[in-house]
Design a protein around this ligand. Structure first.
Ligand code: FAD
Length: 425
């Protein structure tokens, strides 16, 4: 079993990064070479800006190359609950932002001809308890009435035509959700940046940011120092560099994934005939999908822990047990990959984007950012050109998480709380 991401292991390596140390001045420096940073760099380069991406490790080496592979067109939240909290108008706008975000990914894949098996397969949110079905049905009804969303309910009687498992009690299908090969998409995006005149530096952790003059910034990195008129922080769940303000507002939480050996297509055609993205309705739930080469990818929070090879392997064992409970026929299959990654959570699980102290940022997708990161890269390119209305999250305030100074000491308590909630609801 490889303790590394299937997406990174099965994608070509990005080879167009600059090798020489950098100096001088650019219009825009982007910090972070995940989907947010690369998508922004591509859009900015296409607007004619000189742009350089600083990536601490390898491009898409963190969440963007380590995720569950779902590109979903709806909020992760219960729509009704969000509408109650923020009002219908905002909940509707946020729901639509996710639909737009999947359209953005599709348009980019087509325009840049990225070979990544993008497919609109739909996402099925599975009721893990009978009473969860009623909650999903209420959300579905409101979505149809208020957002005109392309959603429908799959009844408990029909659920086994979708997922041949005794573990589920119906579900809500979001028909326009998509999936793709995350590694091939990310490398294709990085290549498009370079093809359009942008520059990408790998192994270039930014360690210093210093304001010079009016708005410009001096940027020091492991690969040299430059100045830039504008800086975009696209750093996800970062522990590197002078980002204390943001670290107090984001909580890094591990999420873990296993991938099986290639399975018999006939077996998959019975277990998961529609090959959708699947997510379960519990707080500490699971997500799964089939890969282009017929493996089952199965992920979840498993433990409220950070990601490192030992922790990933431990979480992998838990995931393997849940996989076997969900699909007993797969209890003997070989697991070929196991890995983890850090999710950049905000307190309300909604992204945050804007400008702080002259630094632009787009962060906090809270585990639901494959589509939104790509979309926000493009939106932030517009915001940085003066169109602040392009930012769908502009009205959200972002106070620091009380008692949080960068290391999430409280995670075990949060984990215990959600486990208890799953038990009683
Ligand atoms: C295990 C897991 C499963 C997930 N599953 C899904 C899913 O199925 N669907 C979905 O929609 N979302 C999912 N997500 C979330 C999604 O992957 C992320 O929201 C998205 O990839 C975020 O992209 P990003 O570019 O903002 O951040 P990242 O991909 O994390 O990129 C940030 C980059 O910044 C770099 N960086 C940080 N600090 C510095 C510095 N000081 N200098 C230079 N570089 C720096 C990092 O090295 C990193 O490469 C998942 C996430 C994880 C971890």
């Amino acid at each position: 079993m490889k303790l590394e991401s299937y997406w990174l292991d099965t994608a070509p390596r990005f080879t167009l990064g600059e090798r020489e140390p950098v100096s001088g001045h650019v219009d825009v420096a982007v910090i972070g070479g995940g989907y947010t940073g690369l998508s922004a760099a591509l859009a900015l380069a296409q607007q004619g800006a000189s742009v350089i991406v600083f990536e601490a490790g390898r491009v898409i080496g963190e969440a963007s190359g380590r995720n569950g592979g779902q590109c979903n067109s709806g909020l992760a939240h219960d729509y009704g609950a969000l509408a109650e909290r923020l009002g219908t108008e905002r909940a509707r706008a946020y729901q639509r932002a996710y639909t737009d975000a999947v359209d953005t990914v599709e348009a980019l894949v087509l325009k840049e001809r990225i070979d990544c098996d993008f497919v609109r397969c739909g996402r099925l949110k599975l009721a893990a308890k009978p009473k969860h079905y009623d909650k999903l049905a209420r959300a579905c009804e409101r979505l149809i009435q208020e957002v005109d969303a392309k959603v429908e309910m799959i009844t408990p009687e029909n659920i086994r035509t979708e997922v041949d498992s005794a573990a589920f009690f119906g579900g809500m299908l979001e028909k326009t959700s998509a999936q793709m090969h995350m590694g091939r998409f990310g490398v294709g995006l990085a290549e498009a940046v370079v093809r359009n005149g942008g520059r990408v530096l790998e192994s270039a952790p930014v360690t210093g940011l210093e304001r010079i003059g009016g708005k410009a910034y001096g940027i020091s990195s492991g690969r040299g120092a430059i100045s830039a008129d504008q800086v975009l922080l696209a750093t996800g769940s970062s522990s590197v560099g002078p980002l204390g303000y943001f670290r107090r507002r984001l909580v890094s939480v591990g999420s873990f994934i296993i991938v099986t050996e290639p399975l018999d297509p006939a077996l998959l055609a019975r277990l998961l005939p529609m090959r959708r993205g699947y997510v379960t309705s519990k707080n500490i739930g699971n997500y799964f999908r089939v890969t282009p080469d017929n493996r089952l990818l199965f992920g979840g929070r498993a433990r409220f822990a950070m990601s490192n090879p030992r922790s990933d392997a431990k979480s992998g064992q838990i995931l393997r047990a849940v996989l076997s409970e969900t699909f007993p026929e797969l209890s003997k299959v070989r697991i070929d990959y196991c890995w983890g990654g850090l999710v950049d959570m905000t307190a309300d699980r909604l992204p945050r984007a804007g400008e702080h102290d002259g630094l632009y940022y787009s962060l906090g997708y809270s585990g639901h950012g494959v589509q939104m990161s790509v979309h926000m890269g493009q939106m932030m390119a517009q915001v940085m050109s003066g169109n602040t209305a392009a930012n769908p999250w502009r009205e959200l305030s972002w106070p620091a998480v009380p008692g949080h100074f960068g290391k999430p000491w409280f995670l075990p308590f949060v984990g215990a709380y959600y486990r208890f909630q799953d038990l009683i609801h």
